[in-house]
Design a protein around this ligand. Structure first.
Ligand SMILES: *[C@@H]1O[C@H](CO)[C@@H](O)[C@H](O)[C@H]1NC(C)=O
Ligand SMILES: *[C@@H]1O[C@H](CO)[C@@H](O)[C@H](O)[C@H]1NC(C)=O
Ligand SMILES: *[C@@H]1O[C@H](CO)[C@@H](O)[C@H](O)[C@H]1NC(C)=O
Length: 255
């Protein structure tokens, strides 16, 4: 087997793992209106019930929109609207141009939640039949929910809104009186702990095995000693290999 190829793969894997553990803390979507990161959960589902008699939880107008100044926009963050909007029976954003004419500006099933709430950039994007709605979620502890047009630029068939709500803030799922130490352990630290436990088992187990079964003495009881002695050179090879673009150099392999 080509050891430098293996080392190269291991090296890249390690780098990816490090990068992943450092930067992977986006808010990962877990439902049409909720996402989760190590900082907590954002869940808009308390905003899923329309007020009695209304079609949707929120309604707004984009008054200064030259395309359709009178259109009304209905928005339901979590569940489809009870009535169909145009041909969309699972509508999240409905553009009501007038009493008899409406267009879905986004289906509930198309909801994509993306961005980083820590820097105030969390969006839910919806689509239906060429129309797109972007709802920017803003953390505002003082509001149950305020839905309004975003004053940004207006593009054809793209509708941008803002939802200011306390449910747009991270809720820290740390109930009081729960056993301490159980909260706040991230997957990353669990993996690190597992890694060190396995490492310990490997070294201690290996030493016992080599000592009692193979009769090894002193430093020779260290498992896979030859490999560990060679590791620095393998790593060096691996780095050189990676910087060459992982191509096997003919003269290099001959050495
Ligand atoms: C968690 O929240 C704190 C405080 O808002 C922020 O400074 C930090 O960057 C966040 N951490 C991650 C990993 O998102
Ligand atoms: C859309 O229009 C149709 C008929 O024109 C109506 O039955 C339906 O309730 C409207 N939907 C919404 C969400 O306004
Ligand atoms: C959120 O939507 C706005 C408006 O479309 C866009 O400029 C921004 O890049 C989006 N942010 C993320 C994180 O998707």
């Amino acid at each position: 087997m080509d050891t430098s190829l293996v080392t190269c793969a291991l090296f890249i894997q390690c780098i990816l793992m490090l990068v992943n553990m450092t930067f992977s803390d986006k808010c990962l979507q877990i439902s049409a209106c909720a996402c989760k990161s190590s900082n907590g959960t954002i869940d808009l589902s308390p905003l899923s019930k329309p007020p009695p008699g209304d079609l949707s939880r929120f309604t707004t107008k984009i008054g200064d929109d030259p395309r359709n100044p009178n259109a009304i926009y209905h928005y339901n963050p979590c569940n489809p609207m009870k009535v169909a909007c145009s041909t969309d029976s699972k509508c999240a954003v409905c553009q009501q141009v007038n009493k008899d004419q409406n267009y879905s500006a986004g289906s509930q099933s198309s909801a994509v939640m993306a961005g980083d709430p820590d820097i105030g950039q969390l969006n839910i994007t919806y689509q239906y039949n060429g129309r797109t709605s972007v709802v920017k979620i803003e953390c505002d502890q003082s509001q149950e929910g305020v839905f309004e047009p975003d004053p940004g630029e207006k593009e054809l068939l793209i509708y941008i809104f803002k939802l200011r709500t306390k449910y747009g803030c991270y809720s820290y799922p740390a109930p009081p009186n729960s056993e301490p130490g159980h909260n706040g352990i991230s997957i990353g630290s669990i993996l690190v702990i597992i890694f060190f436990v396995l490492l310990l088992v490997y070294i201690v187990g290996g030493m016992l095995f080599l000592h009692y079964v193979r009769g090894a003495q002193g430093i020779e009881t260290f498992p896979n000693l030859a490999f560990w002695k060679e590791l620095p050179f393998l790593v060096k090879d691996g780095i050189v290999f990676v910087f060459r673009g992982c191509k096997t150099d003919v003269t290099y392999t001959k050495i």
